[in-house]
Every structure is written in C-alpha cells, then in structure tokens.
Design a protein around this ligand. Sequence first.
Ligand SMILES: [Fe+2]
Length: 404
Amino acid sequence: MIIEHVDEPLPGSSLRPTPPGRVYTDPSIFGAEQAEIFEKMWNCALRADDLHSAGHWKTVTIGREEVIVTRTRKAGIKAYFNVCAHRGMRVCTTGEGKSRTLQCGYHAWTYALEGDLVAAPNLTSMPDVDRSRYGLQLVHVREWLGYVWICVAEEPPSFDDTVLGEVRTRFGQVESIDNYGIESLRRGETKTYDVAANWKLIIENFMECYHCATIHPELTEVIPEFADGLASQRKNGEVHGSNFGEDIGGFTVDGSASGFEELPSLVPGQDRKYYAITVKPHVFINTVPDHVIIHRMVPVSESRTVVVCDWLFLPEVVERADAGQLDLTTSVELFHRVNEQDFNACELTQPSMSSQAYAAGGALVPSEHHIEEFHTWWYESLGMERASSPAGAAQSEPAAAAGS
Ligand SMILES: [Fe+2]
C-alpha cells in the first residue's frame, strides 16, 4: 500500500496540505487503524455508573474486538474478551445484562464474574484440565473521570503518558481538569449519532473553528471569538479557554439562560469559559462552568462512525431535572445543535474523499495548521513517515496495513 502525501506548503500560499482522500475511504487503511490505533491505545468505553451493581455487564466494541465489561462482587470493574475459551463463541450475545455468572450459550461453559472458569458439562470427568488456564481473557481497565477506559493490547501504553498527557498538554496540568469533578457528575442526557463519515473527519472538524462562523450560529453567539475561527487551544504556550460573550448568561442554546450553579471547585479563570480537549484516539472533553460534555467515537467502518455524547451535571441538578423541577434542555440543546451541524458537514465531506478531485488532498489554513499534529500522529501510528520528496509527494508503507 502506498500513501502519497504532499508535505510542503502549497504553492504561493500559507496553506498546508491534508492527507489524500483515500486515507478516509480505503477499507485496508481502516483495518490498519483498528489494529495499530484502537487496539493498541486506551479507549473510553462507558460510564462506570452504567454498571449499577455487581453482576451488571455490558458489551463494548474496541477496534475489531468485543469486550465484556462487568462490575464484580469482589474485584471492582473487570473486562474480558467476549470469547469463550472452549470453542470461541460469544459468551454474552446481547448488549447488557445482569447475572451471577457468565455462561456461553453453545456448550454451557460457565465463568465467574471475575473471569474464572467455574463449570462446564463433564468438567469433573476431566481432572487434568487446569481451570485457571481456561478463564475469560482479561483486558486492561482503568477508571478515570467516571469512565471505564479499556486497552485490549497485551502491553498497554502508559495511561499517564497518553491519556493524562493529552490533558497536560491542553490544560497545563492534570489538576485543572480535576476542578470540574467530572467523576462525581451525573449524566443528564446522552445522545448517540450514527455519522456517515470517517472518524478522522470528525476529529479534524472538532480541532478547528474556521467553520464556526459558517455553521454554528448558536455557538458563536455564546462564544463570539469562535466567529473569528480561533479554536479553543493553547495559545503561545499559555492555557487558553474561550470566553463567553459579555452579555451571555451561560452555555445555553441562545445564551440568554444562565444555566445552573457553577461546579464547586472551579478556580477564577475557569468561570465563563469553554475549554476543549481531544484525547486521542477518540474522545472529546468539553468543559463549561456548569456542566461537561464528553464525546466518544466508535469507528464502525471507513465511512461510518457512531458518536456517543454525554452531558454531565452536578448530581443535584440531574435529580431536580428528574423531578421536573428544572429543565436541562436549554443547556443540552446548544451542543446537540453543534453536533448535528458538525456531523452534517462531515457527512457532506465524506463522499468527496473518493472523488478524483480530492485524490491529492486539500488544504489547511493557518488557524487549522495544528491539525497537522494529528496527521503526523496518525502517520506515525501506522508506521508511516511524512517525508517530502522533490516532487512534493511522499511515499511510504504502513507497517501493518490489514488487507494490503
Ligand atoms: Fe464545529
């Protein structure tokens, strides 16, 4: 497989090149991404309180793997490949359930919630079988921000260097995000978007605000500097949040409503501001003074991505909303509209990625140049270099491109 990438300024301009269109359409590249990115890195799988009590389990997709995540009686949250050790059938065949054990529906091999093989037909007549060798295979689990993070690699990368490292790069220090107390917030709303676009288009969209003036009228009303195309990113090495407009009451759909009480541990400088972080490969964290919005993307194919978006509020705010004493709609509606506007743009971009008119790629304006860091990371993750050639094109081979 050859990827050509122009790695020089485009002629006569301050534009920088994007990858070529096929990076967003080629199934073999998508397979390589699953193997080299999603199956090697930490993925944000689900909210920990989705597993209400011991015995509650859910299945999640990580790369090409299906994983069972369960709250055990003795050992907290554990996760396993959803593969029976006997003949390989899926042990859990629905999205969630609650049970004392996990039993395969094929030959009834039965596992404890902690993953050990505890029973199988005629197992007692096979005393030489070491049950400890035939449990469900564990995958790595971390809890952070109230979410269960999973890595299906045998040797996971350092959570501190990768996930927390992204936060440090954005906020300057991990403690700044701690002020939002995200782990103790409760979900007031979740929306799932089935987006007909490659996952990278969604990340690239999230990383820039050049499009904000065109497609986000509600967002630019609340945060006027977004209309200038400046994304919420670190500026000159300083931590930068995006300021609400002077006459804006809060992060609500038209800015006139003030939202809810500020999260209690915020420090001066975190009020009346919006911060955004991209945690590669697939999480967006957005913070505003009274709530937090977290997106996680599940790539389904080279041209389809499911995005799950949670709106997290103080528990008492959610309780009052549940009791009908207040309404979360004006807060939720703002980012819901942003999501729909963004995903619509991505869906209208995806078909062009296979056009001959985009075979050599497109361009990044200066306020989008930082997206090149994402592209560099992507090339490196797939074992490719972005070396330029005299002809302005680079050729390299992905280290492990599936199907190539
Ligand atoms: Fe946007």
